[in-house]
Design a protein around this ligand. Structure first.
Ligand code: NAP
Length: 293
């Protein structure tokens, strides 16, 4: 089996901040060298997770999770080929029992790429979003990545060290992670957590045989928008999940944070130069229109 790219040497001091630099599309033309043995992808039943599963090479075995067993079975059938191991597991990541099920399944497999992708969002003022939905965002977007990462990373590091390979860890955050977002307060805060968590982990683990990436897509054409209550007309011009997946896999090992697309890189850099209240007011106005017809 081809080996993952040997990036060997521990990261030098100062290199981390250099990797955060936001760069253009030209760098993402090749996935050469990206070879993992076994990937766990949460939220693989649609959108970005499904696109990531399809973008990985056939040498990479897969543990695909989500709640929808039928969609998982269809994806498994589509990606199956001679000699490739693909496991599927229907589990609700909003609940301890579901998270435990995923961890137990993954611990029996040689996972060396963990993609914490499952996520859910809801547009609307906090006090109008049902309390259970608010909690679900925190459970799926925050608790699940923390619990899965904490449980699986030690084994990933141990295997990577003993086999002289590199492991990979992707946390799917969002461009919403870069500022507070009234009308999507809990979602944006959960994604800020994902971004900071992955960035901090990348720094803690520099020198270890694992690459960590906080992936920050902007609007992407998936089921997310409709499920979050965002009107379909507002989502024209959004990126394809295939583009997001391609860029994610190309950026892993190259930088700690990747914002998808030039316009999104601009949008995420502007808040640094404005007073926080101004930024919050701008986002309130922009997001207030998203849920309307
Ligand atoms: N689309 C965008 O505009 C956008 C922008 C920035 C960031 N993101 C992030 O990208 C990630 C993927 O979202 P997507 O855009 O691909 O949306 P999507 O098509 O709705 O996919 C979300 C995935 O998460 C899974 N999921 C949701 N709740 C779950 C739960 N309770 N337990 C287990 N799995 C659950 C879904 O599976 P089941 O329904 O089968 O459970 C589905 O596979 C999310 O973290 C999202 O926050 C999306």
């Amino acid at each position: 089996m081809p080996q993952p790219r040997e990036r060997g040497k521990p990261r030098r001091r100062g290199e981390a901040s250099q990797r955060v630099r936001l760069t253009g599309r030209a760098e993402f033309s090749s996935l050469a060298g990206m070879r993992y043995r076994f990937a766990l992808i949460t939220g693989a039943t649609s959108g970005i997770g499904e696109a990531l599963a399809k973008a990985l090479p056939a040498e990479t075995g897969l543990l695909l999770t989500g709640r929808d067993a039928e969609r998982l079975a269809a994806l498994e059938a589509e990606l199956s080929e001679e000699g490739r191991r693909i496991e599927t597991l229907a589990a609700d990541l909003a609940r301890d029992a579901g998270r435990d099920k995923v961890i137990a399944a993954a611990q029996d497999l040689p996972v060396d790429l963990l993609i914490n992708n499952a996520g859910t969002g809801q547009i609307g003022p906090v006090l109008e979003v049902p309390a259970e939905r608010e909690r679900e965002m925190a459970e799926v977007n925050v608790v699940a990545p923390v619990v899965l990462t904490r449980a699986l990373l030690p084994g990933m590091l141990e295997r990577a060290t003993s086999e002289r390979r590199r492991a990979g860890l992707i946390v799917v955050a969002s461009i919403m992670a870069f500022q507070p977002a009234p009308m999507m307060a809990t979602y944006a805060a959960s994604k800020a957590f994902d971004l900071h968590y992955a960035e901090a982990l990348a720094a803690e683990l520099s020198g270890q045989p694992v690459d960590v990436l906080a992936l920050c897509p902007g609007g992407t054409q998936t089921r997310f928008g409709a499920r979050a209550g965002i009107h379909a007309q507002r989502s024209s011009g959004w990126d394809s999940p295939e583009r997001v997946a391609r860029e994610a896999l190309a950026a892993l090992g190259q930088r700690d944070v990747h914002v998808v697309g030039g316009r999104n890189r601009l949008v995420t850099s502007v808040p640094r130069f404005l007073p926080r209240r101004t930024v919050t007011a701008i986002f309130r106005r922009a997001l207030s229109g998203l849920g309307e017809a």
